[in-house]
Design a protein around this ligand. Structure first.
Ligand SMILES: NC(=O)c1ccc[n+]([C@@H]2O[C@H](COP(=O)([O-])OP(=O)(O)OC[C@H]3O[C@@H](n4cnc5c(N)ncnc54)[C@H](OP(=O)(O)O)[C@@H]3O)[C@@H](O)[C@H]2O)c1
Length: 266
């Protein structure tokens, strides 16, 4: 059977995560990568010589085009690639704020909008998607996205909050971890000691997580009446931890909506 072409434009944080996730999966694709930075291209060319690497665009005749560039670059890229994309090519966009109807104004192709996070690098991501076509065109969801993590279809109207919760999601946990390390440090541990403690917690946490247990259940398991955890939780509640988190997710979600407006007005 002929291999599906996967074209990845942009080898930054997300594009390189896609590439690494695909290279370590069981999928059998013909991967073509497009990146302006020659140093980055050469690094990946050495790492995965079986792929094709380009610093400019040629015609895209088949397969899937995955757009891994910043929202600010996308309108310019559409202008560059418009006449080069065959109508059978599936367009896959993880770009924050870029709505399907905006892409439809430039291209008449089938479009899947996704919002992955960087965990796809280890084939451990979660990939919410919305699309403008029926079924699983060229088996992209089954043979590619499902290799990189779990997938689930959502209505596109929820993408701003999905982007805030899931796309940016790893950052919230990294930030919390960073603050815990700083707290340990301020209370007498060396930075390195504090970092070991927090790193080891994070590494062990996945064991607790399953679809049958809620986080509220897990909190109850960790805390005992009048114990240390309960004292810390009371302090978080008194300091309005819930409001702090809600505000952050609302701000991130709002930014996604603003990005859509900015892209439309360009
Ligand atoms: N990072 C995440 O966790 C995440 C999660 C979900 C969705 N996303 C979305 O994914 C997109 C990419 O994010 P990112 O964090 O990977 O950004 P990034 O690190 O800035 O990567 C973008 C890459 O695209 C390259 N590029 C720009 N114009 C190009 C062109 N014409 N041809 C080829 N390559 C080009 C850039 O090169 P230069 O640096 O040389 O310009 C850069 O290497 C964004 O739209 C973002 O909304 C990101």
């Amino acid at each position: 059977m002929e291999k599906t072409d996967i074209h990845i434009i942009g080898l930054g944080n997300l594009g390189s995560s896609f590439l690494e996730g695909l290279m370590s999966s069981n999928s059998d694709h013909s991967i073509k990568v497009y990146e302006l930075n020659n140093e980055v291209l050469e690094t990946y060319e050495k790492l995965y010589p079986e792929n094709d690497y380009f610093n400019s665009f040629d015609d895209f005749n088949s397969g899937v085009l995955i757009l891994c560039v910043k929202p600010q670059s996308i309108n310019e890229i559409f202008n560059q690639i418009k006449g080069k994309i065959h109508e059978d090519v599936l367009i896959c966009s993880p770009i924050a704020g870029l709505e399907i109807d905006h892409i439809e104004k430039s291209l008449g192709n089938k479009i899947i909008r996704i919002m992955p996070n960087l965990l796809i690098r280890n084939n451990n991501g979660f990939i919410p998607y919305a699309k403008n076509y029926d079924n699983d065109y060229i088996d992209f969801i089954k043979s590619t996205l499902n290799q990189l993590g779990r997938t689930k279809e959502f209505s596109e109207e929820y993408f701003p909050v999905i982007t805030a919760l899931s796309g940016s999601g790893p950052a919230w946990f990294f930030m919390l971890s960073n603050e815990l390390i700083e707290a340990g440090n301020k209370l007498g541990l060396s930075n390195q000691e504090s970092e070991i403690l927090v790193n080891e917690i994070i590494k062990g946490l996945p064991e607790f997580i399953s679809d049958d247990v809620t986080f509220s259940d897990l909190i109850s398991k960790v805390k005992s009446p009048k114990g240390t955890t309960e004292a810390g939780i009371s302090s978080l509640k008194n300091d309005s931890f819930d409001t702090i988190i809600l505000n952050a997710i609302e701000k991130a979600s709002q930014r996604s909506i603003e990005l859509s407006k900015e892209l439309k007005s360009e």
